[in-house]
Design a protein around this ligand. Structure first.
Ligand SMILES: *Cc1c(COP(=O)(O)O)cnc(C)c1O
Length: 377
């Protein structure tokens, strides 16, 4: 049953009049109900209204969109940025705009559903799905890939190749081996795209993301992000070279044929980027909570898998048991996600705990003691 929330998103939230400890949102930094964002949205509504009344390419580009794109480019240390209405659409936009069916795509087997859908939509026929975060498996296929790239397309053009990976994998919390992937794409002369939905606001200095975490600025062709998770609002964006981003403004169907972000969304997001740039307080608290949670779980013998980020899986295995534990936690007024097939393979079911900067140590203690009570029964 779909829970209907009747409160702001926070460490706690209200459902049907009951208060629950919330450990399943992507509101990493608490920005979804932050006062600076709310104030920016309200002021923008007073000045500009709510809607933009047209696609961006006609008359729907407000000065707020331009400001936000400049801020995001600066924040990511990239040349330019393009903002769309979702990370899902941003993945579609890159893959569909730059590749056609005779090009080649290399994709991690655990990439997000939006990347899988984007590959389908682009019609690319030459797909190499490599083992999760496994660069060795790419080198094993290198000859086959390079042979294919040497054959021109039917229109005589050179075949393009794009390697695409999540930055942080949402079901396990592990980080893509970007430095090795950069080496590989350089060797075979391919492009590299990273979907950093769970890295933004979480990894790197000031939450600049996975590329900053590895100090690989300007070595990634397309950095895709969402504005719907740590940034606290809604939307997606792509950063890259001026040339590539400008090409997308002229050609991406996800930019040309659908409206941009609304006025309050855009203004709130500008405030979000300002907050991230101004202070690392939220980021530090997020990591403190994540480390405390993961240390406590390990101390009690739980298996948190391969996580390197605040995403905290508790590996259970059995599908029904996982769902039962999640349901029992509800009776303790705690909400977490049960992740089962088809989100993860059969037999790899898990609970997924999402701490945020809004939680306190005592909230995590409440969760741990409820979990232990349930497991011991
Ligand atoms: C959440 C997520 C998206 C989708 O972002 P939206 O802004 O909600 O469309 C895309 N990719 C990954 C890896 C995600 O985790």
């Amino acid at each position: 049953m779909l829970p209907i929330v009747d409160s702001p998103q926070g460490a706690y939230l209200k459902i049907k009049g009951n208060k629950y400890l919330n450990l399943c949102s992507n509101n990493y930094l608490g920005l979804a109900s932050d006062s600076a964002l709310k104030k920016a949205a309200i002021q923008a509504i007073k000045k500009y209204g709510v809607g933009t009344s047209s696609v961006r390419a006609l008359i729907g580009t407000n000065t707020l969109h331009v400001t936000l794109e400049k801020q995001l480019a600066r924040f990511k240390h990239a040349e330019d940025a393009l903002v769309l209405t979702g990370g899902y659409l941003a993945n579609m936009a890159v893959i569909q705009t730059f590749l056609d069916k005779e090009d080649v795509i290399l994709s991690d087997e655990l990439n997000h559903a939006s990347i899988i859908d984007a590959i389908r939509l682009s019609g690319v026929q030459n797909k190499f799905i490599f083992k999760h975060a496994n660069v060795k498996s790419l080198y094993e296929q290198e000859k086959q890939i390079v042979d294919l790239l040497q054959k021109p397309k039917s229109n005589k053009e050179k075949r393009k190749c794009l390697l695409v990976t999540d930055g942080v994998f949402s079901m396990d919390g592990d980080i893509a081996p970007l430095p090795d992937l950069v080496k590989f794409v350089k060797k075979i002369n391919a492009m590299l795209m990273v979907d950093d939905a769970h890295g933004e606001g979480v990894l790197g200095s000031h939450g600049r993301g996975v590329v900053d975490y590895y100090k690989l600025h300007n070595q990634i062709d397309f950095e895709v992000g969402t504005l719907s998770k740590a940034f606290g609002v809604l939307g997606g964006f792509i950063t890259g070279t001026k040339e590539n981003i400008e090409f997308m403004r002229k050609n991406a169907r996800q930019f040309l044929f659908t409206n941009g972000l609304s006025i309050p969304d855009t203004a709130a997001l500008s405030a979000a980027v300002n907050e991230l740039s101004r202070s690392q307080k939220r980021l530090i608290k997020l990591w403190k909570n994540a480390r405390y949670l993961q240390a406590k779980l390990k101390q009690h013998g739980f298996d948190t898998g391969t996580t390197q980020t605040p995403i905290t899986p508790i590996m259970i295995g059995d599908e029904k048991l996982t769902q039962d534990i999640a349901m029992k936690l509800r009776t303790y007024k705690i909400i977490i996600s049960a992740i089962v097939f088809p989100m993860v393979p059969k037999g790899k079911a898990r609970l997924r705990i999402m701490p945020s900067s809004l939680h306190e140590k005592k909230d995590i203690d409440i969760f741990i003691s409820a979990l232990i009570k349930i497991i011991k029964h």
